[in-house]
Write a protein that binds this ligand. Structure first.
Ligand SMILES: Cc1cc2nc3c(=O)[nH]c(=O)nc-3n(C[C@H](O)[C@H](O)[C@H](O)COP(=O)(O)O)c2cc1C
Length: 178
């Protein structure tokens, strides 16, 4: 699959086959995502691959809303994307490098998440990035260390539907030359 095809054909997948995912495949996807650009090559993004039904059960029952719970329940794996705090966008003395403050952290985690999803697509896996969840609840459940923050959840599995691409804005709407 070439890059443009991979970018354009990736869809958010919300229905999955029950088949488990080989850990070696997830290892390869994370290895690919590790080549994402990051602030001063700080590489702050981390991944927790969750398969334990008791953790999944708690997340779906207590720490997200109905729509996302329905997706997560039938995915064989859920990735918690986290990042190490205080590095991306920061000087060594802890001050912000730019006016954007600490927002470069989420920027880096976002780039890495997209790389993860595109690499997963190359392996025939579907994904959906989810941003609506109880951050404190899941961080506590996963016993995230103090120096890490939860950025997003990504459900992963073999797709069980082929959704149409939602409408895209035209290049004229998106781009201007000056
Ligand atoms: C930061 C972010 C948060 C998202 N949160 C959710 C979510 O909580 N639940 C969900 O079903 N989809 C979520 N999505 C998926 C978007 O709805 C989806 O990417 C968009 O509708 C375009 O569809 P496509 O990914 O198939 O191109 C999220 C996507 C992003 C990038």
């Amino acid at each position: 699959m070439n890059t443009i095809e991979c970018i354009k054909s990736r869809r958010s997948i919300r229905k999955y086959k029950p088949d488990p995912i080989d850990h070696s495949m997830i290892d390869s996807i994370v290895s690919a995502a590790s080549y994402s650009p990051s602030w001063k090559n700080t590489q702050i993004t981390r991944y927790i691959a969750i398969e334990d039904p008791s953790i999944i059960g708690k997340i779906t029952e207590e720490f997200t809303y109905e729509h996302n719970a329905g997706i997560i329940k039938q995915a064989p794996m859920l990735i918690a994307v986290t990042f190490l705090k205080g590095r991306s966008g920061f000087e060594r003395d802890g001050s912000y490098t730019t006016k954007k403050g600490d927002r470069w952290q989420m920027f880096d985690a976002g780039i890495a998440s997209q790389s993860f999803c595109l690499a997963a697509q190359e392996y025939g896996l579907g994904t959906v990035i989810m941003g609506i969840f109880d951050e404190n609840g899941i961080s506590g459940l996963l016993e995230l260390p103090e120096d890490q923050e939860l950025a997003a959840l990504i459900a992963v599995g073999y797709p069980d539907h082929e959704p149409e691409a939602p409408n895209r804005k035209s290049v004229e709407d998106l781009l201007q030359y000056r």
